[in-house]
Write a protein that binds this ligand. Structure first.
Ligand SMILES: [Zn+2]
Length: 292
């Protein structure tokens, strides 16, 4: 099987409809290499990763889109991030070994959180809604319709080797012809099988579904796994904890150990590092530190 991690955008030439297909291959397996996910958790994570890549194409600036499902069921957290440079990462937290069960049972009465993080301005946007839908696709469709007024259809699938998704979205400026085309496009989209979505190249899917329509296909974009964690970021987080807290951790053990949950990168800070953290931040240690 050819390795491919691609995002393929397309539009319907004579209707206000845009489409995208994403196929994650080695980027998805890189995520799976980091943790041993139970199949039920794995498939949700793969679907959400595919969705984040699809939604990243709507970013109009450099930055990232972060999708989170915060659950109250066996799955307590799914977090995926895709940047405007088409790098992505993802991770999940769960309890026990949940057997395959419907999505609403896996996540319970949770929340869906979407964060748009423009790198330059730092003006984060965050939307939080309750989880509405029987699948990851439905949760996203409901969010896009209710919060963004965007009529969208998503098809998502994941297995141990790949994750894939298709998005159709109705653009503003709808007339009767567009509505007809939208109905036809989504009906045809619904005929796509899970096997086709996972196994076929984007161009082949577009050809099979829409060979009778006038479709413009853009250049495909490459997607890859990348984790944005760094020693610097961990250091910033420790500074936020504060000098006293960091000292109290170091009073109990010789090192502060931090593992990145996205990529398993291991960071350690010893007592000297910890002193430097606060010296480098140019913040004088709080008074309490002089007590001992
Ligand atoms: Zn990392």
């Amino acid at each position: 099987m050819k390795s491919s991690d691609t995002l393929q955008r397309f539009i319907f030439e004579h209707a206000a409809i845009r489409g995208e297909l994403v196929h994650l291959d080695s980027s998805w397996r890189t995520v799976l290499d980091r943790h041993d996910y139970p199949p039920a958790v794995r498939d949700l994570l793969g679907e959400l990763m595919a969705a984040s890549a699809l939604l990243s194409a709507t970013l109009k600036f450099n930055g990232s889109i972060i999708l989170q499902i915060q659950g109250t069921g066996p799955v307590s957290l799914l977090v995926v991030e895709c940047t405007s440079e088409r790098t992505l990462r993802g991770m999940a937290q769960w309890a026990g070994a949940p057997p395959p069960m419907p999505f609403p049972d896996l996540v319970g009465a949770g929340k869906f959180v979407i964060t748009i993080d423009p790198r330059e301005t730092g003006q984060r946007y965050q939307g939080i809604v309750s989880l509405e839908g029987d699948t990851v696709s439905e949760v996203l469709e409901n969010y896009l319709l209710r919060s963004e007024q965007l009529d969208s259809r998503l098809w998502l699938a994941a297995d141990p080797h790949q994750a894939a998704g298709m998005l159709l979205q109705k653009l503003p400026g709808r007339d009767a012809a567009d509505t007809d085309m939208w109905d036809r496009a989504t009906h045809l989209g619904a005929t796509l099988t899970r096997q086709e979505l996972l196994g076929l190249p984007a161009n082949e899917i577009i050809r099979r579904l829409y060979h009778e329509e006038d479709i413009r296909v853009f250049d495909s974009e490459t997607i890859q796994f990348h984790c944005s964690c760094s020693r610097q970021r961990v250091a910033n987080a420790l500074r936020l904890l504060g000098y006293a807290e960091v000292q109290s951790i170091l009073a109990e053990r010789s090192m502060i150990d931090v593992d990145c949950e996205f990529c398993n990168q291991h960071y350690t800070f010893d007592k000297v590092d910890a002193e430097q953290l606060f010296a480098a931040a140019n913040s004088s240690p709080p008074v309490s530190s002089t007590r001992h």
